[in-house]
Design a protein around this ligand. Structure first.
Ligand code: UDX
Length: 432
Protein backbone atom coordinates (compact mmCIF):
# COMPACT_ATOMS: atom_id res chain seq x y z
CA UNK A 1 0.00 0.00 0.00
CA UNK A 2 1.19 3.51 -0.84
CA UNK A 3 1.56 6.80 1.00
CA UNK A 4 -0.42 9.51 -0.76
CA UNK A 5 -0.52 13.27 -0.18
CA UNK A 6 -3.65 15.02 -1.38
CA UNK A 7 -3.22 18.75 -1.95
CA UNK A 8 -6.59 20.53 -1.74
CA UNK A 9 -9.64 19.22 0.13
CA UNK A 10 -12.49 20.32 -2.11
CA UNK A 11 -14.97 17.71 -3.27
CA UNK A 12 -12.41 16.12 -5.61
CA UNK A 13 -9.51 16.09 -3.11
CA UNK A 14 -11.56 14.99 -0.14
CA UNK A 15 -13.31 12.23 -2.10
CA UNK A 16 -10.03 11.05 -3.62
CA UNK A 17 -8.32 11.03 -0.22
CA UNK A 18 -11.14 9.29 1.64
CA UNK A 19 -11.54 6.67 -1.13
CA UNK A 20 -7.80 5.94 -1.37
CA UNK A 21 -7.73 5.50 2.44
CA UNK A 22 -10.73 3.17 2.13
CA UNK A 23 -8.76 1.16 -0.45
CA UNK A 24 -6.03 0.70 2.16
CA UNK A 25 -3.53 3.44 1.31
CA UNK A 26 -2.06 5.82 3.85
CA UNK A 27 -3.40 9.26 3.00
CA UNK A 28 -2.53 12.75 4.23
CA UNK A 29 -4.81 15.52 2.98
CA UNK A 30 -3.61 19.12 3.03
CA UNK A 31 -5.37 22.43 2.68
CA UNK A 32 -4.38 26.05 3.26
CA UNK A 33 -7.60 26.68 5.20
CA UNK A 34 -6.79 26.03 8.88
CA UNK A 35 -10.44 26.06 10.01
CA UNK A 36 -11.40 23.54 7.38
CA UNK A 37 -8.60 21.21 8.50
CA UNK A 38 -9.64 21.55 12.15
CA UNK A 39 -13.23 20.67 11.20
CA UNK A 40 -12.11 17.71 9.10
CA UNK A 41 -9.95 16.39 11.93
CA UNK A 42 -13.06 16.53 14.10
CA UNK A 43 -14.85 14.43 11.45
CA UNK A 44 -16.98 17.31 10.13
CA UNK A 45 -17.51 17.25 6.36
CA UNK A 46 -17.80 20.71 4.78
CA UNK A 47 -19.75 19.51 1.72
CA UNK A 48 -22.84 17.42 1.02
CA UNK A 49 -21.50 14.23 -0.56
CA UNK A 50 -23.26 10.92 -0.14
CA UNK A 51 -21.22 8.34 1.82
CA UNK A 52 -18.23 10.65 2.31
CA UNK A 53 -18.82 11.18 6.04
CA UNK A 54 -18.71 7.44 6.63
CA UNK A 55 -15.44 7.03 4.71
CA UNK A 56 -13.78 10.01 6.42
CA UNK A 57 -14.85 8.71 9.80
CA UNK A 58 -13.57 5.22 8.95
CA UNK A 59 -10.24 6.69 7.72
CA UNK A 60 -9.71 8.86 10.81
CA UNK A 61 -10.48 5.95 13.14
CA UNK A 62 -8.15 3.53 11.35
CA UNK A 63 -5.41 6.17 11.11
CA UNK A 64 -5.25 5.72 7.31
CA UNK A 65 -6.54 9.27 6.75
CA UNK A 66 -5.06 12.42 8.24
CA UNK A 67 -5.55 16.13 7.65
CA UNK A 68 -2.81 18.74 7.89
CA UNK A 69 -2.37 22.41 7.13
CA UNK A 70 -0.01 23.09 4.24
CA UNK A 71 0.98 21.06 1.20
CA UNK A 72 4.63 20.66 2.19
CA UNK A 73 3.65 19.03 5.48
CA UNK A 74 1.61 16.41 3.61
CA UNK A 75 4.12 15.83 0.83
CA UNK A 76 7.39 15.53 2.71
CA UNK A 77 7.09 11.77 3.28
CA UNK A 78 4.67 10.71 0.52
CA UNK A 79 5.30 8.65 -2.59
CA UNK A 80 2.40 10.14 -4.55
CA UNK A 81 1.25 13.76 -4.49
CA UNK A 82 -2.24 14.42 -5.89
CA UNK A 83 -2.85 18.02 -6.93
CA UNK A 84 -6.58 18.60 -6.38
CA UNK A 85 -6.69 22.39 -6.23
CA UNK A 86 -9.26 24.55 -8.02
CA UNK A 87 -8.67 25.82 -11.54
CA UNK A 88 -11.29 28.58 -11.75
CA UNK A 89 -12.08 30.39 -14.94
CA UNK A 90 -9.86 33.42 -15.45
CA UNK A 91 -11.15 36.70 -16.87
CA UNK A 92 -10.18 35.78 -20.44
CA UNK A 93 -12.10 32.44 -20.33
CA UNK A 94 -8.92 30.41 -19.84
CA UNK A 95 -8.43 28.35 -16.67
CA UNK A 96 -6.54 30.15 -13.92
CA UNK A 97 -3.57 27.97 -12.96
CA UNK A 98 -2.30 30.08 -10.08
CA UNK A 99 -3.45 27.65 -7.34
CA UNK A 100 -1.90 24.74 -9.20
CA UNK A 101 1.40 26.53 -9.72
CA UNK A 102 1.46 27.72 -6.09
CA UNK A 103 0.85 24.15 -4.84
CA UNK A 104 3.59 22.78 -7.10
CA UNK A 105 6.02 25.48 -5.96
CA UNK A 106 5.26 24.73 -2.30
CA UNK A 107 5.89 20.99 -2.52
CA UNK A 108 8.87 21.17 -4.93
CA UNK A 109 11.59 21.49 -2.23
CA UNK A 110 10.26 18.67 -0.01
CA UNK A 111 9.33 15.99 -2.56
CA UNK A 112 11.13 12.71 -1.81
CA UNK A 113 13.32 11.45 -4.66
CA UNK A 114 11.54 9.27 -7.21
CA UNK A 115 8.06 10.30 -6.05
CA UNK A 116 5.20 11.02 -8.46
CA UNK A 117 3.15 14.20 -8.70
CA UNK A 118 -0.31 13.51 -10.07
CA UNK A 119 -2.50 16.16 -11.68
CA UNK A 120 -6.12 15.50 -10.71
CA UNK A 121 -7.34 19.07 -11.15
CA UNK A 122 -8.96 19.76 -14.51
CA UNK A 123 -6.17 21.59 -16.22
CA UNK A 124 -5.69 22.98 -19.70
CA UNK A 125 -4.02 20.72 -22.17
CA UNK A 126 -0.28 21.01 -21.62
CA UNK A 127 -0.43 21.70 -17.87
CA UNK A 128 1.36 18.51 -16.88
CA UNK A 129 4.36 20.08 -18.57
CA UNK A 130 3.76 23.39 -16.72
CA UNK A 131 3.72 21.57 -13.36
CA UNK A 132 6.95 19.79 -14.32
CA UNK A 133 8.57 23.13 -15.09
CA UNK A 134 7.43 24.70 -11.80
CA UNK A 135 8.66 21.68 -9.83
CA UNK A 136 12.00 21.67 -11.61
CA UNK A 137 12.75 18.26 -10.13
CA UNK A 138 14.08 15.88 -12.81
CA UNK A 139 13.93 13.05 -10.27
CA UNK A 140 10.14 13.44 -9.90
CA UNK A 141 7.62 12.38 -12.58
CA UNK A 142 4.41 14.32 -13.28
CA UNK A 143 1.43 12.22 -14.36
CA UNK A 144 -2.05 13.27 -15.44
CA UNK A 145 -4.93 11.32 -13.86
CA UNK A 146 -8.13 13.29 -14.52
CA UNK A 147 -11.19 12.89 -12.33
CA UNK A 148 -14.68 12.11 -13.61
CA UNK A 149 -16.53 12.56 -10.32
CA UNK A 150 -20.07 13.91 -10.25
CA UNK A 151 -20.98 15.96 -7.22
CA UNK A 152 -23.41 14.05 -5.02
CA UNK A 153 -22.23 10.65 -6.31
CA UNK A 154 -18.49 11.30 -6.15
CA UNK A 155 -17.73 8.39 -3.78
CA UNK A 156 -19.66 5.94 -5.91
CA UNK A 157 -18.00 7.34 -9.08
CA UNK A 158 -14.53 6.99 -7.53
CA UNK A 159 -14.98 3.42 -6.32
CA UNK A 160 -16.93 2.23 -9.39
CA UNK A 161 -15.61 4.35 -12.27
CA UNK A 162 -16.34 3.76 -15.96
CA UNK A 163 -12.60 4.10 -16.53
CA UNK A 164 -9.34 5.32 -15.00
CA UNK A 165 -7.27 7.48 -17.33
CA UNK A 166 -3.53 7.84 -16.76
CA UNK A 167 -1.43 10.20 -18.85
CA UNK A 168 2.33 9.74 -18.84
CA UNK A 169 5.11 8.85 -21.22
CA UNK A 170 6.95 7.13 -18.37
CA UNK A 171 5.76 3.49 -18.30
CA UNK A 172 7.06 2.79 -14.82
CA UNK A 173 5.29 5.84 -13.38
CA UNK A 174 2.05 4.84 -15.15
CA UNK A 175 2.24 1.36 -13.69
CA UNK A 176 2.81 2.79 -10.21
CA UNK A 177 -0.21 5.12 -10.49
CA UNK A 178 -2.33 2.28 -11.94
CA UNK A 179 -1.32 0.20 -8.89
CA UNK A 180 -3.15 2.67 -6.62
CA UNK A 181 -6.39 1.53 -8.26
CA UNK A 182 -5.59 -2.19 -8.04
CA UNK A 183 -8.65 -2.92 -5.91
CA UNK A 184 -10.99 -1.14 -8.30
CA UNK A 185 -12.65 -3.08 -11.11
CA UNK A 186 -12.48 -0.71 -14.09
CA UNK A 187 -10.62 -0.42 -17.36
CA UNK A 188 -7.36 1.47 -16.89
CA UNK A 189 -6.25 3.41 -19.90
CA UNK A 190 -2.71 4.69 -20.26
CA UNK A 191 -1.96 7.42 -22.75
CA UNK A 192 0.25 10.50 -23.07
CA UNK A 193 -0.44 13.50 -20.76
CA UNK A 194 -1.86 15.77 -23.48
CA UNK A 195 -4.35 13.08 -24.56
CA UNK A 196 -5.37 12.42 -20.94
CA UNK A 197 -6.01 16.12 -20.39
CA UNK A 198 -7.99 16.29 -23.64
CA UNK A 199 -10.11 13.27 -22.65
CA UNK A 200 -11.30 15.12 -19.58
CA UNK A 201 -12.36 18.29 -21.44
CA UNK A 202 -13.78 16.40 -24.40
CA UNK A 203 -15.91 14.23 -22.09
CA UNK A 204 -17.39 17.17 -20.19
CA UNK A 205 -17.95 19.26 -23.32
CA UNK A 206 -19.58 16.29 -25.06
CA UNK A 207 -21.98 15.76 -22.15
CA UNK A 208 -22.77 19.49 -22.11
CA UNK A 209 -23.41 19.31 -25.87
CA UNK A 210 -25.68 16.32 -25.36
CA UNK A 211 -27.74 18.31 -22.84
CA UNK A 212 -27.91 21.40 -25.03
CA UNK A 213 -29.09 19.16 -27.86
CA UNK A 214 -31.77 17.61 -25.66
CA UNK A 215 -32.93 21.02 -24.45
CA UNK A 216 -33.11 22.24 -28.05
CA UNK A 217 -35.14 19.13 -28.93
CA UNK A 218 -37.44 19.96 -26.00
CA UNK A 219 -38.06 23.40 -27.51
CA UNK A 220 -38.76 21.77 -30.86
CA UNK A 221 -41.19 19.38 -29.16
CA UNK A 222 -43.09 22.34 -27.73
CA UNK A 223 -43.27 23.90 -31.21
CA UNK A 224 -44.50 20.75 -33.00
CA UNK A 225 -46.59 19.27 -30.19
CA UNK A 226 -44.39 16.26 -29.38
CA UNK A 227 -43.60 14.93 -25.91
CA UNK A 228 -39.87 15.17 -25.19
CA UNK A 229 -40.05 12.45 -22.53
CA UNK A 230 -41.18 9.97 -25.15
CA UNK A 231 -38.75 11.36 -27.71
CA UNK A 232 -35.69 10.84 -25.48
CA UNK A 233 -36.98 7.43 -24.42
CA UNK A 234 -37.23 6.43 -28.06
CA UNK A 235 -33.78 7.88 -28.80
CA UNK A 236 -32.22 6.18 -25.78
CA UNK A 237 -33.09 2.67 -26.99
CA UNK A 238 -30.43 3.19 -29.64
CA UNK A 239 -27.30 1.87 -27.95
CA UNK A 240 -25.19 4.34 -29.93
CA UNK A 241 -27.05 7.18 -28.20
CA UNK A 242 -27.59 5.61 -24.77
CA UNK A 243 -30.20 6.42 -22.14
CA UNK A 244 -28.07 8.50 -19.79
CA UNK A 245 -27.88 12.27 -19.73
CA UNK A 246 -30.96 12.86 -21.82
CA UNK A 247 -33.16 14.66 -19.30
CA UNK A 248 -34.24 18.13 -20.40
CA UNK A 249 -34.10 20.89 -17.82
CA UNK A 250 -33.72 24.61 -17.18
CA UNK A 251 -30.22 24.47 -18.69
CA UNK A 252 -27.11 22.80 -17.35
CA UNK A 253 -24.63 24.22 -14.85
CA UNK A 254 -22.41 23.39 -11.89
CA UNK A 255 -18.77 23.84 -11.11
CA UNK A 256 -17.48 21.89 -14.13
CA UNK A 257 -19.54 21.96 -17.35
CA UNK A 258 -19.72 25.74 -17.91
CA UNK A 259 -16.11 26.30 -16.90
CA UNK A 260 -14.72 23.34 -18.85
CA UNK A 261 -16.76 24.00 -22.00
CA UNK A 262 -15.57 27.62 -22.09
CA UNK A 263 -12.02 26.52 -21.31
CA UNK A 264 -12.03 23.97 -24.15
CA UNK A 265 -13.24 26.64 -26.60
CA UNK A 266 -10.37 28.75 -25.37
CA UNK A 267 -7.80 25.96 -25.60
CA UNK A 268 -8.91 25.33 -29.19
CA UNK A 269 -8.67 29.03 -30.07
CA UNK A 270 -5.16 29.28 -28.66
CA UNK A 271 -4.19 26.20 -30.65
CA UNK A 272 -5.49 27.87 -33.83
CA UNK A 273 -8.85 26.07 -34.16
CA UNK A 274 -12.12 27.98 -33.98
CA UNK A 275 -14.31 25.41 -32.15
CA UNK A 276 -17.49 27.41 -32.86
CA UNK A 277 -19.61 24.32 -32.20
CA UNK A 278 -18.93 24.89 -28.49
CA UNK A 279 -20.09 28.51 -28.76
CA UNK A 280 -23.44 27.16 -29.93
CA UNK A 281 -23.54 24.62 -27.10
CA UNK A 282 -23.10 27.51 -24.65
CA UNK A 283 -25.55 29.75 -26.47
CA UNK A 284 -28.29 27.09 -26.51
CA UNK A 285 -27.81 26.79 -22.74
CA UNK A 286 -28.13 30.53 -22.25
CA UNK A 287 -31.25 30.51 -24.42
CA UNK A 288 -32.66 27.78 -22.18
CA UNK A 289 -32.23 29.99 -19.10
CA UNK A 290 -34.05 32.80 -20.97
CA UNK A 291 -36.81 30.50 -22.12
CA UNK A 292 -37.38 29.05 -18.65
CA UNK A 293 -37.51 32.54 -17.11
CA UNK A 294 -39.98 33.62 -19.78
CA UNK A 295 -42.23 30.66 -18.96
CA UNK A 296 -42.26 31.76 -15.33
CA UNK A 297 -43.00 35.38 -16.26
CA UNK A 298 -45.71 34.33 -18.73
CA UNK A 299 -47.47 32.50 -15.90
CA UNK A 300 -47.89 35.73 -13.92
CA UNK A 301 -50.91 37.96 -14.37
CA UNK A 302 -49.20 41.21 -15.53
CA UNK A 303 -51.68 43.37 -13.61
CA UNK A 304 -50.47 41.93 -10.30
CA UNK A 305 -46.80 41.36 -11.23
CA UNK A 306 -45.55 44.07 -8.87
CA UNK A 307 -47.50 42.84 -5.85
CA UNK A 308 -47.07 39.08 -6.18
CA UNK A 309 -44.13 36.70 -5.98
CA UNK A 310 -42.81 33.50 -7.53
CA UNK A 311 -41.93 30.49 -5.35
CA UNK A 312 -38.64 28.94 -6.51
CA UNK A 313 -38.23 25.33 -5.41
CA UNK A 314 -34.59 24.30 -5.71
CA UNK A 315 -31.55 26.55 -5.98
CA UNK A 316 -28.63 24.12 -6.28
CA UNK A 317 -27.41 23.21 -9.78
CA UNK A 318 -28.89 19.72 -9.41
CA UNK A 319 -30.33 17.53 -6.65
CA UNK A 320 -28.04 15.73 -4.19
CA UNK A 321 -25.58 18.59 -3.76
CA UNK A 322 -25.51 21.89 -1.85
CA UNK A 323 -23.44 23.53 -4.60
CA UNK A 324 -24.82 26.79 -5.95
CA UNK A 325 -22.05 27.52 -8.44
CA UNK A 326 -23.32 28.36 -11.94
CA UNK A 327 -26.70 26.95 -11.00
CA UNK A 328 -29.34 27.11 -13.76
CA UNK A 329 -31.89 27.92 -11.03
CA UNK A 330 -29.92 31.02 -10.05
CA UNK A 331 -29.56 32.03 -13.72
CA UNK A 332 -33.34 31.82 -14.18
CA UNK A 333 -33.93 33.53 -10.86
CA UNK A 334 -31.77 36.49 -11.91
CA UNK A 335 -33.84 36.93 -15.04
CA UNK A 336 -37.11 36.82 -13.08
CA UNK A 337 -35.81 39.38 -10.58
CA UNK A 338 -34.59 41.58 -13.43
CA UNK A 339 -38.19 41.68 -14.71
CA UNK A 340 -39.18 43.26 -11.39
CA UNK A 341 -40.86 40.19 -9.87
CA UNK A 342 -40.18 39.17 -6.26
CA UNK A 343 -38.99 35.65 -5.42
CA UNK A 344 -39.21 33.49 -2.31
CA UNK A 345 -37.11 30.36 -2.52
CA UNK A 346 -36.75 27.04 -0.78
CA UNK A 347 -34.01 24.45 -1.18
CA UNK A 348 -33.46 21.52 1.21
CA UNK A 349 -29.68 22.02 1.00
CA UNK A 350 -29.63 25.82 1.32
CA UNK A 351 -30.83 27.19 4.63
CA UNK A 352 -31.39 30.86 5.41
CA UNK A 353 -29.30 30.74 8.58
CA UNK A 354 -26.19 29.22 6.96
CA UNK A 355 -25.75 32.44 4.93
CA UNK A 356 -24.38 30.56 1.93
CA UNK A 357 -26.71 32.03 -0.66
CA UNK A 358 -25.92 35.56 0.48
CA UNK A 359 -22.19 34.80 0.48
CA UNK A 360 -22.20 33.18 -2.96
CA UNK A 361 -24.55 35.70 -4.57
CA UNK A 362 -24.53 38.86 -2.42
CA UNK A 363 -26.47 40.81 -5.05
CA UNK A 364 -29.51 38.49 -5.11
CA UNK A 365 -32.55 39.90 -3.35
CA UNK A 366 -34.35 36.67 -2.43
CA UNK A 367 -36.17 35.57 0.69
CA UNK A 368 -35.21 32.02 1.71
CA UNK A 369 -37.83 29.94 3.49
CA UNK A 370 -37.45 26.80 5.58
CA UNK A 371 -40.12 24.77 3.76
CA UNK A 372 -41.74 24.77 0.30
CA UNK A 373 -45.16 25.86 1.57
CA UNK A 374 -43.77 29.01 3.19
CA UNK A 375 -42.30 29.96 -0.20
CA UNK A 376 -45.55 29.15 -2.00
CA UNK A 377 -47.92 30.98 0.36
CA UNK A 378 -49.49 33.83 -1.65
CA UNK A 379 -47.33 33.06 -4.72
CA UNK A 380 -48.60 33.29 -8.29
CA UNK A 381 -46.29 30.63 -9.69
CA UNK A 382 -44.51 27.58 -8.33
CA UNK A 383 -41.25 27.16 -10.27
CA UNK A 384 -39.62 23.73 -9.79
CA UNK A 385 -36.00 24.23 -10.65
CA UNK A 386 -34.08 21.35 -9.04
CA UNK A 387 -35.10 17.70 -9.10
CA UNK A 388 -35.14 17.07 -5.34
CA UNK A 389 -37.21 13.98 -4.45
CA UNK A 390 -39.20 15.84 -1.83
CA UNK A 391 -40.81 18.03 -4.52
CA UNK A 392 -42.47 14.94 -6.02
CA UNK A 393 -44.23 14.45 -2.68
CA UNK A 394 -45.66 17.99 -2.46
CA UNK A 395 -49.23 18.24 -1.20
CA UNK A 396 -51.05 19.97 -4.07
CA UNK A 397 -54.33 20.21 -2.14
CA UNK A 398 -52.47 22.40 0.33
CA UNK A 399 -50.66 24.27 -2.45
CA UNK A 400 -54.03 24.99 -4.14
CA UNK A 401 -55.29 26.54 -0.91
CA UNK A 402 -52.33 28.75 -0.07
CA UNK A 403 -51.22 30.03 -3.48
CA UNK A 404 -52.65 33.22 -5.00
CA UNK A 405 -52.81 31.54 -8.42
CA UNK A 406 -52.63 27.87 -9.39
CA UNK A 407 -49.74 27.78 -11.78
CA UNK A 408 -46.67 25.56 -12.04
CA UNK A 409 -43.58 25.74 -14.19
CA UNK A 410 -41.81 22.41 -13.84
CA UNK A 411 -38.39 23.06 -15.37
CA UNK A 412 -37.26 19.45 -14.67
CA UNK A 413 -40.37 17.52 -15.78
CA UNK A 414 -40.36 16.18 -12.25
CA UNK A 415 -44.09 15.91 -11.66
CA UNK A 416 -46.74 13.75 -13.21
CA UNK A 417 -48.78 16.63 -14.73
CA UNK A 418 -52.17 15.10 -13.97
CA UNK A 419 -51.54 15.38 -10.21
CA UNK A 420 -51.46 19.21 -10.04
CA UNK A 421 -53.89 19.55 -12.98
CA UNK A 422 -56.52 17.59 -11.05
CA UNK A 423 -56.30 20.30 -8.36
CA UNK A 424 -56.90 23.05 -10.93
CA UNK A 425 -53.29 23.98 -11.59
CA UNK A 426 -52.07 25.19 -14.96
CA UNK A 427 -48.97 23.04 -15.52
CA UNK A 428 -46.09 23.77 -17.88
CA UNK A 429 -43.16 21.39 -18.14
CA UNK A 430 -40.26 21.28 -20.60
CA UNK A 431 -40.91 19.99 -24.11
CA UNK A 432 -44.31 18.52 -23.38
C1 UDX B 1 -19.86 16.78 -14.10
C2 UDX B 1 -19.45 15.47 -14.83
O1 UDX B 1 -20.60 14.62 -14.96
C3 UDX B 1 -18.33 14.77 -14.11
O2 UDX B 1 -17.94 13.61 -14.81
C4 UDX B 1 -17.18 15.77 -14.04
O3 UDX B 1 -16.00 15.25 -13.61
C5 UDX B 1 -17.61 16.99 -13.25
O4 UDX B 1 -18.71 17.58 -13.93
P1 UDX B 1 -21.33 17.46 -12.02
O5 UDX B 1 -20.93 18.86 -12.31
O6 UDX B 1 -21.29 16.99 -10.61
O7 UDX B 1 -20.42 16.43 -12.85
O8 UDX B 1 -22.83 17.31 -12.53
P2 UDX B 1 -23.66 16.39 -13.51
O9 UDX B 1 -24.39 15.37 -12.74
O10 UDX B 1 -22.86 15.92 -14.65
O11 UDX B 1 -24.74 17.48 -14.01
C6 UDX B 1 -24.33 18.68 -14.67
C7 UDX B 1 -25.53 19.51 -15.06
O12 UDX B 1 -26.30 18.86 -16.06
C8 UDX B 1 -26.50 19.80 -13.91
O13 UDX B 1 -26.97 21.13 -14.00
C9 UDX B 1 -27.61 18.79 -14.15
O14 UDX B 1 -28.84 19.18 -13.60
C10 UDX B 1 -27.65 18.77 -15.67
N1 UDX B 1 -28.24 17.54 -16.22
C11 UDX B 1 -27.62 16.34 -16.05
C12 UDX B 1 -29.44 17.61 -16.94
O15 UDX B 1 -30.01 18.71 -17.10
N2 UDX B 1 -29.95 16.48 -17.48
C13 UDX B 1 -29.34 15.25 -17.34
O16 UDX B 1 -29.87 14.27 -17.89
C14 UDX B 1 -28.14 15.18 -16.60
Amino acid sequence: MATIAIIGTGYVGLTTGACFAHLGHEVICADIDERKIARLNAGEIPIVEKGLDRLVDEGIRSGQLRFVVGAAEASKNAEFHYLCVPTPQGEDGAADLSYLEAAAAEIAPVLPTNSIVVNKSTVPVGSTRVVGRVLNRPDVTVVSNPEFLREGTAVQDFLHPDRVVIGSRDTEASIRVAGLYARIAAPIMVTDPVSAETIKYASNAFLAAKLSFVNAIATLCEAVGADVNDVVLGMGYDSRIGREFLRPGPGWGGSCFPKDTRALANIAKEAGYDFSFLDQVLKVNDDQFDRTAQKVLDAIDPTVAASTHVAFLGLTFKAGTDDLRESPSIEVLRRVLAAGVKVKAYDPAVMADDGRLARTYPDLDVELTSDPYAAAEGASVLAIMTEWDEFVELDFDKMAEIMARRSIVDARNLLEPTIPRRRGFVYRGVGR
